[in-house]
Design a protein around this ligand. Structure first.
Ligand SMILES: C[S@@+](CC[C@H](N)C(=O)[O-])C[C@H]1O[C@@H](n2cnc3c(N)ncnc32)[C@H](O)[C@@H]1O
Length: 215
């Protein structure tokens, strides 16, 4: 059902800076379209809005809730000056830190999807602790990739996913030679808990479903 995504949004999602393969994005689009009528989708790690566009377009077609997209917009460890994914175009010289919020806002505006996104500019764990308990139909974890950050996102946000809802984790690498292990460890932990079933893996996007009989 990827063809339901508007061509101009798909083209813009391809062009915007970011860290998501098109096949992964299209799967997020389909999942959001399937479940956004039940409860909001929550994204951790907006960056410049690539994944957000797929989720928001799915929410729009579902006619459901907008996606809640959380990011402090100061970049992950690997996006800081001197690190592998540093982008000088996204650096705010006035404060000496990256700032991806202007790029994120432009992305949403150009795609005509501003009203389908509620942006939360915050550390994800802090936002989760302050947020009153509320259900999520889909949780997409793509924020900090350290063991501490990825575990906190899982512990704080995953309990909100409703039975039958989805947990999507980006950058799953079973082989440590291919990439960092924190997202993979979170996925293994979720599966061991007995509360989640593996649906599939699309490139490096792990997709789990909350079991109806989750403990
Ligand atoms: C890999 S990028 C996300 C890529 C994005 N999903 C895409 O499709 O291009 C990770 C993002 O997570 C954010 N981030 C890292 N740690 C965070 C934290 N503790 N709380 C909120 N955002 C965080 C960074 O600012 C960065 O924008």
């Amino acid at each position: 059902m990827a063809e339901l995504m508007r061509h101009e949004v798909r083209r813009w999602a391809r062009e915007v800076k970011g860290f998501l393969a098109e096949a992964e994005g299209l799967r997020l689009f389909e999942l959001a379209r399937e479940c956004a009528g039940r409860a909001p989708c929550v994204e951790i790690g907006s960056y410049c809005g690539k994944s957000t566009l797929y989720l928001a377009e799915g929410c729009r077609l579902a006619g459901g809730y907008p996606v809640i997209s959380i990011d402090h917009h100061r970049g992950s460890e690997e996006q800081q000056p001197g690190e592998e994914y540093f982008d000088p175009e996204l650096f705010d010289h006035a404060v000496g830190r990256p700032d991806t919020l202007p790029c994120f806002r432009r992305t949403l505006q150009r795609a005509g999807l501003e009203e389908w996104v509620i942006a939360i500019v915050s550390d994800s764990a802090r936002a989760g602790r302050c947020w009153p308990d509320g259900p999520a139909s889909l949780l997409f974890i793509d924020g900090g990739h350290s063991e501490k950050a990825a575990s906190a996102d899982f512990e704080i946000w995953a309990p909100r996913v409703v039975p039958g809802g989805y947990l999507c984790i980006h950058d799953i690498f079973a082989d440590p030679a291919k990439g960092g292990q924190a997202p993979y460890h979170v996925m293994q932990r979720a599966l061991r808990s007995g509360g989640w079933s593996l649906v599939e893996q699309v490139e490096t996007l792990g997709i789990l479903r909350r079991r109806d009989d989750a403990p």
